[in-house]
Design a protein around this ligand. Structure first.
Ligand SMILES: *Cc1c(COP(=O)(O)O)cnc(C)c1O
Length: 394
């Protein structure tokens, strides 16, 4: 129209994630299997679910896997199977997704928030040790962003205190610590297969893995209305609920599991590029422990003036996320559990910014994200406010 064309090219959008790219990759095998499963009337449970449970247990190096409806139920049922309930206190990092805490409150226990390490933003053994009280019955270690917490050290603390240890591995499919996978140092590890996770279904899904056959059986019974299975369809030994993995999700997960290592390798290449380009710059990178086999579910950095940086990135076609903008203990339903000061979690919540991270992101796109992030931070740093950039080319 009357406006003259902009001097800069229209920016190519870099999406925050691309779940459809993963679906397209597995569809040739998975699509046909889903049709077969549905036409054979396998909807809930059945051979596809059993096959996935076996594959996921094997992948995790665990004896047992129980498929569930979602990751929140995995944590809830793990707590319940460990007899955690009213009167009990459960330690949980303040920097986590709210589901970890929801599960604690849902079983009637009381969450006790623990602050996180300023470098990794993960829960630490000393942090947990300092928070234990006579009422503490369990601790949940959350492997946030794809990096495992120091499980050997954390397990030493919980063992000495005689309390149960649970892992929230919803963001840590395939992550390791000193070469060991999730689940080696805890009673039970909980996974989510929400579509956006590193291993994601075509809907909701979750699982627990454990070496303890009794715990696995209890979770399975609880997740199926307290039934022990077999012929006794209407005999309910425990008061359970309905939290089962279905056939469609199990087939999708088995198909994607074949690609998980390749997809993790792609995430690692992207993360390496981000580190190479951004280290020492205005955005503070999270620390990766040398013992951690990071699977980069998210690539979070910390920036000053986040709202402005994020707005500029959006203007330039780069989508970002925030994980998480409000720490759990500041969420209205959980405020009454906030006791101790949690300065690291609070400061991080105001500065965290998650950059695009998914297996099909190209290194060219990652470079583009870095260029735009550095430019956005630079504009802020020199005090030049938004609006002046559009004239930069003239
Ligand atoms: C996604 C997630 C959960 C919950 O999993 P759902 O399958 O969405 O119920 C729990 N904890 C963490 C850290 C998560 O990221």
């Amino acid at each position: 129209m009357s406006q003259r064309p902009r001097s800069e090219p229209v920016p190519v959008t870099v999406p925050f994630t691309d779940l459809a790219a993963m679906a397209r990759e597995v569809w040739p095998e998975v699509g046909a299997q889903i049709v077969t499963g549905l036409l054979e009337a396998n909807y809930i449970g059945g051979p596809a679910v059993e096959a996935f449970e076996q594959s996921w247990a094997a992948y995790c190096g665990a004896r047992h896997c129980v498929g569930l409806a979602n990751g929140t139920d995995a944590i809830l049922l793990a707590l319940e199977a460990l007899s955690i309930g009213p009167g009990d206190e459960v330690l949980v990092p303040a920097n986590t997704f709210i589901a970890t805490v929801e599960a604690i409150v849902r079983v009637g226990a009381r969450p006790r928030f623990v602050d996180v390490d300023p470098g990794t933003l993960l829960v630490t053994a000393p942090g947990l040790a300092a928070a234990i009280t006579p009422a503490t019955r369990a601790a949940i270690a959350v492997h946030l962003y794809g990096q495992m917490a120091d499980m050997p050290a954390i397990a030493a603390v919980t063992r000495a205190a005689g309390i149960a240890l649970i892992e929230d591995a919803a963001q840590a499919h395939g992550a390791t610590w000193a070469g060991e996978p999730v689940g080696r140092h805890s009673a039970i590890a909980c996974f989510s297969f929400y579509p956006g996770k590193n291993l994601g279904a075509f809907g909701d899904g979750g699982a627990v893995v454990t070496d303890d056959p009794q715990l696995a059986t209890t979770v399975r019974v609880l997740a199926n209305h307290g039934r022990h299975g077999g012929a006794a369809h209407y005999e309910h030994d425990l008061l359970g609920l309905n939290s089962r993995l279905d056939t469609v999700q199990a087939i999708a997960l088995s198909g994607k599991l074949l690609r998980l290592d390749e997809w993790t390798a792609a995430r690692r290449r992207i993360a390496a590029r981000y580190v190479e380009r951004l280290a020492g710059g205005p955005a503070t990178l999270l620390v990766t422990d040398p013992e951690a086999g990071h699977v980069h579910h998210l690539f979070a950095v910390q920036v000053e003036g986040r709202a402005e940086v994020r707005r500029r990135l959006a203007e330039r076609g780069v989508q970002t996320g925030i994980h998480y903008p409000v720490p759990c203990h500041r969420q209205p339903p959980l405020r009454r559990y906030a006791e101790a000061a949690l300065p690291v979690s609070e400061a991080a919540a105001g500065r965290l910014l998650s950059l695009p991270m998914f297996p099909h992101l190209s290194l060219q796109q990652a470079d583009r994200v870095c260029d735009e992030l550095l430019a956005a931070c630079d504009v802020r740093g020199t005090g030049v406010m938004s609006g002046s950039m559009s004239g930069a080319g003239t």
